[in-house]
Design a protein around this ligand. Structure first.
Ligand code: DGY
Length: 323
């Protein structure tokens, strides 16, 4: 029997390509440059499956050109690059990679929180620029982390991982807001207290954004929300660009209406709003929260397992829109 043909849309671990080649005819993008939408659609023609990352938009326009497509396996837990309604309408399954990146991403949330609160990047740039001449008592004085109030917006697996680190590791007072409240046992384990979004904004010393991107969460943090935050507060976004209004944030940072921000994701990335590049009190990283080799390998393997599971064995591992 001939093997199904699949498309691998981005450069990925060679061992994952080997694994896929055992089951499929594979056409793979060997470059780091993503294909344009038109090229992606054209290459998807005749393919039964696709290995995608958060950079490939799969919507009605693309699907119309790929009538044989049956599954898209995202190497990401986020799947806002999928128009899931359009995929479901065409009978195309989407899968993602939950769980395998939770702890690594929570670690990075904390790294960005610490770097932001304690002004690590800003002070490092100062030193490298040869500006350090003497010790002074208030040089790069930051915000306290231990014992402070950690606010978490979005309390899925990654949010819970951050809550545990904050409560158990740093003795932080953890508050959270989410669409639905956690079960009491989970709240107790995370030592987290449910509050309204307004209370979260008003009381957090460090506000961590860990919610999925959707039309509902677009600009969940804009000028009005930033205005509610303490002038000493820090904001960290490891979720998705578009959840924060980057222009409003740059203005709040410039005017010191909040103390600082740490951002791993941006509206329209890899482009970064130029105003953010101009303010010193922001730590900027290029969407690397899940970037350790073991975790990225686990993500790639789960995406591959979803393709094999669905196209070969009829049973995907982590389906998003099962029939
Ligand atoms: C995810 O998994 O959604 C990350 O943002 C990609 O690394």
């Amino acid at each position: 029997m001939s093997k199904p043909t699949i498309l691998v849309a981005r450069r990925v671990f060679p061992e994952i390509i080997d694994l896929l080649q055992r089951h499929f005819e594979v056409e793979a993008n060997q470059e780091d440059t993503p294909w344009t939408k038109a090229e992606l659609a054209q290459r998807l023609r005749g393919k039964a499956g696709a290995f995608t990352t958060g950079s490939e938009r799969i919507d009605a326009e693309v699907l119309a050109q790929a009538p044989e497509l049956r599954v898209c396996a995202n190497m990401a837990v986020g799947f806002n690059n999928f128009d899931l309604a359009a995929m479901t309408a065409r009978g195309v399954l989407g899968t993602n990679t939950p769980d395998v990146l939770t702890e690594t991403t929570a670690d990075f949330g904390f790294a960005l929180l610490m770097a932001t609160a304690r002004r690590v990047a800003e002070s490092e740039h100062y030193l490298r620029a040869g500006k350090w001449e003497r010790w002074t008592y208030d040089m790069f004085a930051g915000t306290e982390v231990h014992g402070s109030t950690l606010g978490i917006l979005g309390m899925g697996r990654i949010g819970q991982g951050i809550a545990r680190r904050g409560a158990h590791g740093f003795g932080m007072n953890v508050i959270y807001h989410n669409r639905s409240r956690l079960a009491p046992a989970l709240e107790a384990e995370c030592k987290a207290r449910y509050v309204s979004k307004e209370e979260l904004l008003r009381t957090a010393d460090h506000l961590l954004l860990v919610l999925p991107y959707s039309a509902e969460s677009h600009h969940a943090i804009g000028a009005a929300e930033l205005a509610l935050m303490k002038p000493t507060a820090n904001l960290v976004n490891i979720a998705r660009g578009g959840i924060v209004d980057d222009a409003a944030l740059a203005q709040a940072l410039r005017e010191r209406r909040i103390a600082a921000a740490g951002l791993d994701v941006f509206e329209g990335e890899p482009k970064v709003h130029p105003a953010l590049l101009e303010v010193p009190n922001v730590v900027l990283t290029p969407h690397i929260a899940s970037a350790t080799i073991p975790t990225r390998l686990a993500m790639a393997r789960l995406a591959a397992d979803n393709l094999v599971g669905f196209l070969v064995d009829g049973k995907p591992v982590t389906p998003l829109n099962p029939e």
